[in-house]
Ligand binder design. Structure first.
Ligand code: MN
Length: 249
């Protein structure tokens, strides 16, 4: 079972969440939203067998944590994975659009200079702009659009640009999310939860709720849950091989 976008540091007791993740043999990408969260979160992550930590600066925090960009650069060489980064075009965050663009461009340029990284990317109401920035930074690595909510045409462009996708139970709960997920190439999809931000039946999602996403994908793909999990694990393996094969100059 795979949760490729979880905020482990935001649970009240991350250590107990990691113990359960380990007991289940899960793979988790532990996402940070600010560079200053990296030291603590990466230490927590190292206690998990298959937990990896991603260095990020969330677009919704870009205007507040802009001053942490130098810290981002300082920590960059320690981070195999990058996220959460991206753009958010919703009304609350659109006023800070220039700051968001500056941060996103900075991070993409840094990733490209290092030979590429796997990146977990937020694109709410900003899918076209995210794709445009990715196209401008060829070689930034493998973009994984998390909880993609753009249009079908934007999805088509994202697929053409080589994007991957992580899909969670909240996304698959709605008809639009299911249609988008069903149109994604099966060999570029991973499961996620976005817990504890994302909710399931009024409670915070836990990493092991990723099994609900796998069940949803099994229905969309008309596969058994075993076949679906085999596909998802093959995808993760492809991605992880790509990470190791990319040299850091
Ligand atoms: Mn998130």
């Amino acid at each position: 079972m795979i949760d490729f976008h979880a905020h482990l540091d935001l649970y009240s007791d991350p250590a107990s969440v990691i113990r359960e993740v380990d007991r289940l043999g899960m793979y988790v990408l532990s996402i940070t939203t600010t560079p200053s969260a990296w030291p603590r979160t990466s230490v927590i992550g190292k206690t998990g067998r298959r937990v990896r930590t991603a260095l990020g600066l969330h677009p919704q925090l870009a205007h507040l944590r802009f001053s942490e960009l130098p810290l981002f650069d300082q920590l960059f060489s320690e981070a195999e994975y990058i996220g959460e980064i991206g753009l958010d075009g919703a009304p609350d965050f659109k006023p800070h659009w220039e700051r968001q663009l500056h941060v996103f461009d900075h991070v993409l340029a840094r990733c490209a200079a290092a030979g590429g990284r796997v990146m977990s990317i937020h694109s709410r109401r900003a899918a076209s702009a995210v794709l445009k920035r990715l196209a401008a930074h060829q070689g930034a690595g493998t973009p994984i659009l998390h909880w993609f909510s753009g249009t079908r045409s934007e999805l088509g462009k994202a697929i053409d640009q080589g994007c991957w996708f992580s899909v969670g139970p909240a996304m698959l709960a709605g008809q639009k999310g299911r249609e988008l997920a069903g149109a994604m190439p099966r060999n570029r999809v991973l499961t996620e939860t976005d817990g504890p931000f994302a909710q399931i039946d009024g409670r915070a999602a836990m990493p092991w709720d990723a099994h609900l996403a796998a069940q949803g994908l099994a229905e969309l793909w008309s596969l058994s849950i075993e076949e679906t999990n085999a596909q998802l694990h093959a995808n993760l393996k492809t991605l992880a091989l790509g990470v190791r094969m990319k040299p850091d100059p």
